[in-house]
Design a protein around this ligand. Structure first.
Ligand SMILES: C[S@@+](CC[C@H](N)C(=O)[O-])C[C@H]1O[C@@H](n2cnc3c(N)ncnc32)[C@H](O)[C@@H]1O
Length: 227
């Protein structure tokens, strides 16, 4: 498939749902997922759910588990309705994928238990944060950092990857100059993470840029593998 021209837009459509991505992202991810196998793919930041819908379809094709996290409390609920558009498109208004409404950084079991309406979380000390860590420690994962704080997501969760797992972060350019010269007005206009933000964790936890790094830079994603 040839490259789709990007015209500066912040959103693209996937089967009627919006994705906040360069339109070439689907092709790049499809090629990558044809080449590699995973037990579990996690997306942080569902937003309108268009990219999640694509990942869900890939999970059926390649037989991996898929969960996507968003948090309706972010910015006082300013984005909380975004997922309703996709729900409305679905039979019986049920999302086809595992959508988890919780802050990925929440580490207070009391809050989580209250939100889930059960005491189970509190008793076991389960929080969204430990829930994700548990998935990462027990599976070959692809973790997609595309939530409210990509730097924090990479630096926290990157510590728990198993060897062979991948971690990616969106709105990436290698540095300010690279953003200005190669990315802005050419690929993507949003810049939230650069190499210097994650270098320490990468060095300490044996995470390196993968052989797919260049392919994904072309759609403003950083891609790394845990050795
Ligand atoms: C850039 S959007 C995600 C775009 C989406 N991945 C896509 O491809 O269309 C970022 C999302 O992260 C969510 N978010 C912000 N803070 C969060 C948190 N602590 N936990 C989970 N999601 C969060 C926001 O509500 C927002 O919908």
């Amino acid at each position: 498939m040839g490259k789709i021209e990007w015209k500066g837009q912040s959103r693209t459509s996937y089967k009627g749902a919006l994705a906040q991505q360069n339109p070439n992202v689907f092709n790049e991810f499809a090629k990558f997922l044809d080449n590699e196998s995973f037990d579990y793919v996690i997306e942080i930041g569902t937003s309108y759910g268009g990219f999640a819908l694509f990942l869900h379809e890939q999970s059926l094709k390649h037989k991996f588990k898929f969960s996507t996290y968003d948090w309706s409390g972010f910015r006082n609920g300013a984005f909380a309705n975004r997922i309703s558009d996709l729900k409305a498109l679905m039979p019986l208004e049920i999302l086809p994928f595992d959508y988890r409404d919780k802050s990925v950084f929440e580490s207070d079991p009391d809050k989580h238990a209250v939100k889930e309406g059960s005491v189970e979380g509190r008793i076991q000390g389960v929080t969204p944060l430990t829930e994700i860590v548990d998935i990462l420690l027990n599976n070959k994962c692809l973790l997609l950092c595309d939530g409210g704080d990509k730097v924090k997501e990479f630096n926290i969760f990157g510590k728990y990857l198993t060897p062979g797992s991948y971690i990616m972060a969106h709105d990436y350019a290698s540095n300010k100059n690279n953003f200005k010269e190669e990315v802005k007005d050419k690929i993507w206009n949003w810049f939230e993470i650069q190499d210097s933000d994650v270098q320490l964790v990468m060095n300490e936890y044996n995470i390196i840029k993968s052989k797919y790094y260049k392919q994904f830079s072309s759609v403003a994603w950083l891609q790394c593998i845990k050795k």
